[in-house]
Design a protein around this ligand. Sequence first.
Ligand SMILES: [Zn+2]
Length: 259
Amino acid sequence: MPLCKHFFPDSQASRLIPSSQPIDFGDIYVVRGSIALPILELFKGDQTMKTAFSQKTQDDYESYPHLNKARPAIIVKTRPKDNLIGGWHPPIWYMATFQNTSEYRSLPRLYKHFLMAVNSRALHRQSPNEDRHIHTLPEWRGSSQQWVLALEYTPPANYWGSGRWESPGDEIGDPLTHYAVDAGLLQKARGYAEEQLNKYMVDTPRRLKLEMRDEFFRHLRERKKENASHLNHFSQTSDLFNCMRIRLVSSNKVWQMDT
Ligand SMILES: [Zn+2]
């Protein structure tokens, strides 16, 4: 693999972009969703992969916004010049974190095929030869490794949040910030994503595709079971606790179909 040629221009600088400035290619926005959605959409376009289960699961996710977390999402399309006001809902790449490296290792192969790391300067030092990553401007802050699922998906209009993703200020005094991905780097990453999509669509034998699909379905079923048992547990508790549950559901702490 070639060495990473990425660079860190202005990597420490924080910035807040006025909300009046229209979002565009490379901006990172708040969008509800699950990283399962782009994969399910992939099946939807392929009659040999689509099943009643995949369609039902996608319908559920897309019908009930509360099943989806608000998460950062990278805008992967350039804004049309004649559309400079709101109401533009372009395709995105969802970002995600996982609890730990063992959770990442146990992910279905389909996720891993499209995941790219978001590397901070510190992580970059640990694995400088790993080309499969992107950088944000400024450098991404957070205690967990951030990932991006490099598979395009256009979320329903009501899944869009009200602004760009914002980091909290940190303990060493960096103020709030919005993030973006450098346009040149994002183009390069899109080229890589296209190669990955081709590898899956064209080069992967059907037998292996079916195996990967079924592995993905097993993962979804397990997650559904875990979430159902959470809700079941809550529903057996007192009214007071149920009030708390409603508050939790509305703030997305209960339903996290993926992490
Ligand atoms: Zn790099």
